[in-house]
Design a protein around this ligand. Structure first.
Ligand SMILES: Nc1nc2c(c(=O)[nH]1)N[C@H]1C(S)=C(S)[C@@H](COP(=O)(O)OP(=O)(O)OC[C@H]3O[C@@H](n4cnc5c(=O)[nH]c(N)nc54)[C@H](O)[C@@H]3O)O[C@H]1N2
Ligand SMILES: Nc1nc2c(c(=O)[nH]1)N[C@H]1C(S)=C(S)[C@@H](COP(=O)(O)OP(=O)(O)OC[C@H]3O[C@@H](n4cnc5c(=O)[nH]c(N)nc54)[C@H](O)[C@@H]3O)O[C@H]1N2
Ligand SMILES: [Mo]
Length: 759
């Protein structure tokens, strides 16, 4: 389609979404497959939607399918094939010259491949031969810590558990993980604040809250099924507030595809009552402003002899650090707050008043909060706000991080962590009789740095597109090619596979939609959603090729070839996933009766101590965490610059680009755009449609050589001094050194830039 910019005037979902679903099915897969897949999605006897981690009500209708879930399924269930013939035709060098999205569009991988340097091609290899070669290479390293075991969050609990077992028996805790780029500030921040690294709300809480604050996430695109819950909240008359630099359609108006009246009249349900366009990186300042208002209001009402607005009983009995928090926020001056977040004092008072009058509040958040230089502190300010009014461990209230990949939370639960607890090490030892490594391993940034400085020699990737998802590809791509060994388990070809090292293998895996037959028995796997519900997922489609293997089978194959069967009977595990679940249950006691409970419709919920007001923190209480002297990223404080956030379009899944439109933001047929507010563009005399260059700034405010040229300006309703563009095209704008020290998450949404007109 010819590129155009045409502001979107409708509501989210509705007929536009139905049209998009039909289009993606027509272009990507044959209709019969599509229908079968969609009917089965999210049903107990079907597979879990690979789209997002939002939970499903227990008795979901089989029509509860959203546009982007349908796209994720069509993408996997395509009839196109990148088969042996494809790889015979194209050299790696040629494929590297393709637009990355065309690599995935060539279809599903069908056969195990090994890179042949003399032909510069990936050529078919027998599975067992590949396992033996990889094993030999892994055995040749003196130190197991030169191998990096990356996990992307689509892997099932069973595959992830087997993978960490393999790596730990091999001898390392190097577990870079997509969660390190996503919700690590949640794992670290919530753990420090409330003693669990996960959200505390359940789906039912949305039926009882009177206020939902949506901060830094875009549900219309990234968690579309959440709109159904928000719609019910709005219809009940409860309040929804959005805090986001960009006006997102999915937060404002929603036409439920399940509601004939809304579909026929093309009239949606308005969702938010109030929208605050905070500046990118301004959330800590805003939260401090809100807390200042609350504490002042509380003390004023008390002095008038009335009941205060804070839950003082909760603060006294359950928390730690209120005095310090109070002193810090009361000493933060308004001018500084207002300058940092870009909202007026009146706006902040209004937001605080809404919160003050709520009896039970849920705060939902996403990457707009976590992907900052102070991502962990950001998360903790949201918790502070909730703690002030006792909004944790109460019906209709709590913290609700919107997880990314559909099983990223589960992968962490079953042991994908570079910092294993002593309990995990003890339980592994008890169950399997080996001494697992206790030395902490690498997270994503640490492993990429180890690869760049030559310390790491091998990279094994359980899914994902590690290279493209990480910052600074100008630096990392050449270094990845210097590795001794790279192994990728994948459904489709992507850039990471083409950064070939001395020995490179790509293994085609069964997707979640496909039947997994092992020794004559169909296997299912299990996943954990954003609200800690563990449930089964069972493929229903015929596999894309007879030569595919399941992730569990491949991991077990490499593990057996490398380590033998002495400590773990890999053969037994790969042919019966119940046996893997038996091990999980022994190592993680929360999974007791796993095999029985996971077979129940709807699965089971893991315990969450904070939701029961038991605080597993060092102090034994929930902690207020003060972000003292901290209103914004130091890099942002450099006022010369504009702060760039890198975000997802409506037609993409992380590094997978389905199409060139971003319908809700009015952008069609293009991705090389820069979103700016009218005021910001005017202050620089830039008009809509004009082309600009953006240049990343160093921490001292000087220009770096990281830049993007010729981006088309889209004037958008958003905060000033803020810009946005799409990832992964923009990932070289960030260095490997710009991350949150507490969690290691790259500051994907706090990149200071300068803008110049392209001529
Ligand atoms: N269809 C689809 N679904 C997905 C994904 C996908 O790519 N496509 N990805 C999955 C994954 S892995 C993840 S992690 C999630 C991501 O889901 P989201 O968290 O929604 O992801 P983003 O698009 O990165 O950004 C979210 C929002 O953050 C806002 N924002 C940017 N900077 C700031 C800031 O400083 N403060 C505040 N308050 N807001 C800010 C942006 O305006 C944007 O609306 O979605 C998951 N689901
Ligand atoms: N600038 C910027 N960068 C970001 C972000 C951002 O907001 N801004 N977001 C970050 C976030 S939140 C995340 S989670 C990461 C995502 O990082 P990753 O999870 O590494 O990347 P994806 O793009 O989700 O991975 C896509 C690939 O996964 C493979 N795949 C798909 N399904 C399966 C499966 O079932 N099994 C296997 N084995 N492989 C499969 C396919 O081959 C596909 O090409 O990116 C991060 N990078
Ligand atoms: Mo993510």
């Amino acid at each position: 389609m010819t590129p155009k910019i045409k502001p979107y005037t409708g509501a989210a979902a509705g007929w536009g979404a139905v049209r998009a679903v039909v289009n993606s099915i027509r272009h990507e897969m044959n209709v019969q497959h599509g229908l079968i897949a969609l009917f089965h999605m999210n049903k107990v006897d079907g597979f879990d939607c690979p789209g997002c981690a939002w939970p499903d009500p227990k008795h979901t209708s089989s029509f509860d399918v959203c546009e982007n879930g349908a796209k994720a399924v069509s993408w996997e269930a395509t009839e196109k094939r990148a088969d042996a013939e494809f790889f015979k035709t194209h050299t790696v060098d040629e494929l590297l010259g393709w637009e990355p999205r065309l690599l995935e569009q060539s279809g599903r991988l069908t056969t195990p491949l090994k890179y042949d340097p003399s032909a510069d091609k990936y050529l078919p290899i027998e599975w067992e031969m590949a396992f033996a070669e990889i094993a030999q290479k892994l055995q040749s390293f003196d130190d197991p810590n030169v191998v990096e075991f990356y996990t992307s969050g689509r892997a099932s609990n069973e595959a992830a558990f087997l993978y960490q077992l393999f790596a730990r028996v091999y001898g390392t805790n190097n577990f870079p993980d997509c969660s390190n780029m996503c919700h690590e500030p949640t794992s670290i921040g919530l753990m420090e604040s409330i003693g669990v690294g996960k959200g505390t709300v359940k789906l039912e809480d949305f039926e009882h809250c009177d206020l939902v604050i949506c901060i830094g996430h875009n549900p219309g695109t990234n968690h579309p099924r959440m709109l159904t819950s928000l719609r019910e909240v709005a219809l009940r008359g409860a309040k929804i507030i959005a805090i986001n630099p960009m006006q997102e359609v999915g937060l404002t108006n929603f036409i439920s595809p399940q509601n004939p009246y809304e579909m026929l009249t093309d009239k949606g349900t308005p969702l938010v009552n109030d929208y605050y366009h905070v500046r990118v990186g301004g959330d800590i300042a805003l939260m401090k402003g809100v807390m200042r208002c609350l504490i002042e209001l509380h003390e004023k009402t008390l002095s008038q002899g009335r009941e205060g607005i804070l839950d003082i009983e909760f603060v006294q009995n359950h928390t730690n650090g209120y005095r310090e928090l109070r002193t810090d926020v009361l000493n933060t001056d308004w001018q500084h707050i207002v300058e940092s977040c870009g909202l007026s004092e009146e706006d902040i008072q209004r937001l605080a008043a809404s919160y003050a009058s709520s009896q039970s509040t849920i705060i939902c958040y996403g990457m707009g909060i976590t992907q900052h230089e102070h991502g962990t502190r950001n998360v903790q300010q949201l918790v502070n706000l909730l703690l002030l009014k006792g909004n944790i461990g109460k019906k209709g209230a709590g913290i609700c991080p919107l997880r990314g990949h559909s099983n990223v939370q589960g992968d962490r639960t079953v042991g994908i962590t570079e910092k294993p607890s002593s309990e995990l090490l003890h339980n592994l030892n008890k169950r399997f009789g080996f001494i697992p490594p206790s030395q902490f391993g690498h997270s994503a940034i640490e492993s990429m740095k180890a690869i760049c400085n030559g310390k790491s020699k091998a990279l094994i990737c359980l899914g994902g597109n590690f290279a493209a998802a990480m910052p600074d590809y100008a630096v990392t791509y050449p270094k990845l090619k210097e590795l001794e060994l790279t192994v990728h388990l994948a459904t489709k070809l992507n850039t990471s596979h083409l950064l070939v090292s001395k020995n490179s293998y790509v293994f085609p895996v069964l997707g979640r939609t496909e039947k997994d037959l092992q020794k004559g028995t169909y296997q299912f796997v299990s996943v954990e959603d954003s609200m800690s519900v563990v449930h089964s997922s069972c493929g229903v489609l015929t596999p894309a090729s007879e030569d595919l293997k399941s992730e569990c089978e491949i991991i077990a194959g490499i593990a057996k070839a490398t380590l033998g069967q002495e400590k773990v009977n890999w053969d037994e595990l790969k042919s019966n996933y119940d046996k893997i679940r038996d091990h999980i249950e022994e190592v993680f006691p929360d999974f007791s009766n796993y095999n029985e409970r996971v077979r129940k419709p709807g699965g089971f919920t893991l315990t969450n101590s904070a939701a029961e007001r038991r605080w597993s923190t060092a102090s034994g209480r929930a902690n207020f965490v003060v972000a003292s002297n901290l209103l914004e990223d130091p890099m942002i404080a450099n006022k010369k610059g504009i702060v760039l956030a890198t975000v997802r379009s409506h037609d993409q899944y992380n590094t997978t680009i389905y199409g060139m439109d971003d319908r809700y933001r009015g952008v069609y047929g293009q991705r090389d755009v820069l979103f700016l507010s009218k005021e910001t563009a005017r202050s620089m005399s830039i008009n809509e449609g004009e082309r600009v260059n953006i240049i990343a700034l160093e921490s001292d405010g000087t220009r770096s050589d990281r830049r993007m040229n010729k981006l088309k300006v889209v004037i958008y309703k958003m905060a000033d001094k803020t810009a946005a563009t799409y990832f992964p095209e923009s990932n070289h704008m960030l260095t490997l050194d710009h991350f949150d020290e507490k969690s290691g998450i790259p500051a994907y949404k706090s990149i200071p830039v300068e803008i110049e007109i392209f001529d």
